[in-house]
Structures are given as structure tokens and as C-alpha cells.
Design a protein around this ligand. Sequence first.
Ligand SMILES: [Zn+2]
Length: 283
Amino acid sequence: MNEIKVMENAKKENDHIPDYWTNHRTGNKKILVPVDQRTFKAIKEIVHRTWNEELIGKGLDAKGLEELNYTKLDVILVQRVENPQVFGNYQRAKNELLDKMIALKEPSRRIESIPGEKGGDPDTTQDLDDFMKRDLCPEINECYVLHGTKVERIGGLSDRGLNLRQADPNAMFGKGIYTTDSSTKADQYADSPVHRRPLNYRNKLILSRVLLGNVYLCKEKPRQDEQKLSGPPCLNCLKDMCRCNGPKFDSVLGERYLRFREFVTYDTSNIYPEYVITYKRAK
Ligand SMILES: [Zn+2]
């Protein structure tokens, strides 16, 4: 089957909430649902596999972490966010992206085939158990990525999804939602660099489904005085403020200092925060 057909089929199948969600069957309206053992194990594994002890405390956003003297993350609980309304927005965005690729007559360029890019799909997708990836659509680079956020924000994100208003316009790649494929990197954002929580505090990470589509690779660290990206650049002229009105990239892959990879999306509908991971930093 050619890729256009595959994308057309993906659109047809994208009309219901995932089969593995459990609440719609019981009529329960609870949004945060504990996952089964298999899912728990797979997500715990992905946190461990993408962890790198050597990089704790490395980088500007990692201030105050080295002093905590921890070596690993202990995953305590994993809950699925079963919010049909927020997921509906994501499904609409997925259909729009599929329509765009169908109109362009080709699927998104696979991440590993972007010139200069070696990592391929986010590690949080590559290393994830296959059963977790059954609903992903590789033709539009639909992936799982991690997002670190403060415990206080979790309630809002399960009700309304991730909120772009909280994004910092001065951040390196502009005002987007920043995600990563490294639990070491995501852990840096679980609390504030000026007020790190003590060991044993129950922090949270989010494992999200994201529509990366065509990914713009940004290898250079933008200079301090340089204009921040206002959104993903144009496929033709590579400018974010473009005059040629060409189709745009859908996301940005930043390889900050070549230490961690960050995947940035500029539309809240393109990301669905599906799993809330509760963990402790531990020795
Ligand atoms: Zn352009």
C-alpha cells in the first residue's frame, strides 16, 4: 500500500478514542486513570532507558540539581489522562496534518532522514515497547515525548491540555511547548531551579503524544541577540516570518549544546498529555 493510502486510512481510523482507554467502557467520568501493570512497566522502562546519570545538573536549566546528590528516578505511579474533549482537539489536528501531507503528496520526512540528523525518532519512542506504539502514525512523525512540569500544573493539563500561555517567548526556540526524549532533561523542569524539592518529593513527568510532522532541524544554538523563532519556518524559504506563503514545517528539533534533544511544537492541539508519571529522585 502506498503512503498516501496509508494516510487516508489513518484518517478514517482516527474517529474514536483509543481502544485501550478504560473509562469510556465503565461510564466513569474520572480523567486520571491508573494504568495496568504492562503499561506501567513499559513507561517505567522508558524513564530508565532515557536516563543518563552523567548529565544530572548539566546545563543552564539544571541549576540546583547536582546538590541533591541523586543518581536515578524511581517511578511510583503512572496514570493515563482520559479526556475525550482534549483528545478530540488532538484528533482534529492529526486529521489536518494528514490532509496537509496528502495535499503535498508525500508523508512527513522521517526524522532519521533529515540531513545532519543522526538520532532518528525520539528515544522515548524508539525504545518504547511496541504495544504502546500501535496507534502512532509514523507518516506524520507521531511520537511519544517527555515533558517536565511542576506538580501544581498537572490538574490544569488533565482538564485542558498543555497550555501555550505558560510558554516562555524568550525560550531558545521561541514560544512553543518544549519536549524531550531524555528523562534527565525532563526532570530539570519538574521543579524550579531556585527552589528544588527535597529528595523523596513526588515529582511529575508527562509522557505525551505529539504530532511532529515535518521537523525543522536547528543544530546551532541561537545567539542571545538573535530573533527567536515565532513559529516553525517555511519549507521553501526556511524563514519563520516568510513572505512567500509556502507551507510551514510543523515542529522544531533543537539539539541544544548537542547534549539533549528537544522537540518543540507551536500548537497546543498537536500534543496530547497522555500519561502522568509520578516519581522520586533517589540515590
Ligand atoms: Zn517562505
